[in-house]
Design a binder for this molecule. Structure first.
Ligand SMILES: CC(C)(COP(=O)(O)OP(=O)(O)OC[C@H]1O[C@@H](n2cnc3c(N)ncnc32)[C@H](O)[C@@H]1OP(=O)(O)O)[C@@H](O)C(=O)NCCC(=O)NCCS
Length: 437
């Protein structure tokens, strides 16, 4: 084995340290030995927003952001989207291998068996105002499931864990569909277990008075592919929340609620909703150049553009363009697509976006497809959350089984006051307190 050591000369003390490199990374705890004096705490690493810190080792998802590559368990996303369905990919992400037919049958049967939600959960949903944001309802209902399944707290029992995975993956489409029907004032539709995962979701969304729902096959396949594309994305903001909350050994329902809360923000999964608002604001193709100039002048961001990891075209955005064609053939073209295509064209030729390596991300086109399918923008992030449950659960399980992991607890660099005496209230000078003197 190569002798992989990093030499560090501490210019304060002239002491020299040799720090082992582990898979090209420095273990931050190895820096602690570097001290200016015996009373010194030792060197820490400072990395707000984890720009250059690996928080875990993971065998689930691989991203090469410079070359626009995404793989789940080694399989390119393009092949998975073309050759598999969502539940096959979910199995792969969670258990590491693609299922054979027997394993897949059993897996689908287990998930299908858990699609119903308790009537109490349904009543809980009924309590929301008709104009509640679907993502707020979704997050709260995930957390509320924890009260229905208290045994889920036993996170160290693999059988208990597996049962909660079945429940979560089975129930999220039901909860999502209920939030949608609730916001429209329609009665809830119970799951139909004769249908596939995505067809059943469409049934719960859109069945009205017909005795049996027949999904449009092209739309069902497009939705399934969109679910595959959104299933995991390694250590993103919500996956990190899932791991951080899960590290306290909280149950998976409250952990996924926390992860979904992280997803709801406009810089993460909430971006797809923002893209549609942006396209509405632009209104027509000819107004695109002026809008781009506004962004360059510092007035907001181009939503659906840019990524912390991808500094190239997001491979998911390419596949989404394919899905868009399938959907528009069934629904008719969404006129917003023309604005989006023009926005992409102008931005990709502009020095500002080229220099910063800003490309369309997964959220840029997904909203246009969802809108063509009939969803309101408020539902978009819920549609993202349904498949991402799989990624969160895989990250959570990997974290619990990882002997290197402990409760997540970052350090800080304290910048506040040194110790000081409390002054009795009648002697406190307001202006001095406000100025921090
Ligand atoms: C995704 C995102 C949060 C990544 O942020 P990040 O890795 O912290 O990148 P930064 O904010 O440091 O951006 C680097 C530079 O590009 C600019 N930039 C990043 N995204 C931009 C966007 N969408 N539009 C315009 N400028 C953008 C930043 O202003 C910054 O410019 P500067 O160097 O002149 O200050 C960011 O690109 C963004 O907000 N995008 C829009 C929201 C979105 O689509 N989110 C979905 C992600 S899947």
């Amino acid at each position: 084995m190569k002798n992989e050591l990093l030499g560090i000369l501490d210019k304060r003390t002239e002491a020299y340290y040799e720090i082992p490199l582990y898979k090209d990374a420095v273990r931050a705890m190895d820096l602690r030995q570097i001290k200016a004096g015996s009373a010194d705490f030792g060197v820490m690493s400072y990395d707000p927003a984890f720009l250059n810190t690996a928080s875990c080792q993971s065998a689930i998802t691989f991203i090469d952001g410079d070359n626009g590559i995404l793989r789940y368990r080694g399989y390119p996303i393009e092949q998975l989207a073309e050759k598999c369905n969502f539940l096959e990919v979910a199995y792969l992400i969670l258990f590491g291998e693609l299922p054979n037919q027997t394993e897949l049958n059993d897996w689908v049967a287990q998930i299908t068996h858990h699609t119903m939600i308790h009537e109490k959960t349904k009543k809980f949903l009924e309590g929301f105002s008709h104009d509640a944001h679907p993502m707020g309802m979704f997050i709260s209902t995930l957390a509320a499931l924890s009260t229905i399944y208290p045994e889920s707290r036993n996170v160290h029992d693999p059988e208990v864990r597996r049962l909660q995975m079945y429940r979560l993956i089975g129930k999220v489409p039901t909860i999502a569909a209920y939030t949608y029907r609730h916001s429209l004032g329609y009665p809830y539709v119970y799951p139909d277990n004769e249908l596939s995962y995505t067809e059943n979701f469409m049934n719960m969304l859109w069945r009205m008075v017909e005795p049996k729902y027949h999904a449009n096959a092209a739309l069902a396949r497009a939705l399934d592919v969109l679910f595959i594309l959104h299933a995991d994305h390694e250590q993103n903001c919500s996956a990190n929340v899932m791991r951080a909350v899960g590290s306290s050994q909280a149950d998976p329902f409250v952990c996924t609620a926390a992860a979904a809360a992280a997803l709801s923000g406009p810089l993460h999964g909430g971006a797809n909703e923002e893209v549609l608002k942006m396209l509405d604001e632009i209104g027509s193709k000819d107004r695109v150049p002026a809008y781009i100039e506004r962004i360059k002048a510092g007035h907001g961001k181009l939503m659906g553009f840019g990524h912390r990891i991808y500094k190239n075209y997001d491979p998911r955005a390419r596949i989404i363009k394919w899905a868009a064609d399938q959907v528009f053939e069934a629904t008719g073209r969404n006129p917003k697509l023309d604005i989006a295509l023009e926005l992409e064209r102008v931005a990709l030729e502009d020095e500002y976006f080229i220099k910063r390596k800003l490309y369309p991300n997964v959220d840029f086109y997904s909203g246009i497809i969802y809108q063509a399918m009939g969803f309101k923008p408020e539902m978009f992030t819920v549609l993202f959350a349904i498949p991402r449950i799989v990624g969160w659960l895989a990250q959570w399980q990997e974290m619990l089984d990882d002997p290197d992991q402990k409760i997540a607890r970052p350090r800080q660099i304290y910048t506040g006051h040194d110790v000081r005496e409390v002054v009795p209230i009648e002697k406190r000078d307001l202006s001095a307190a406000l100025s921090g003197v």
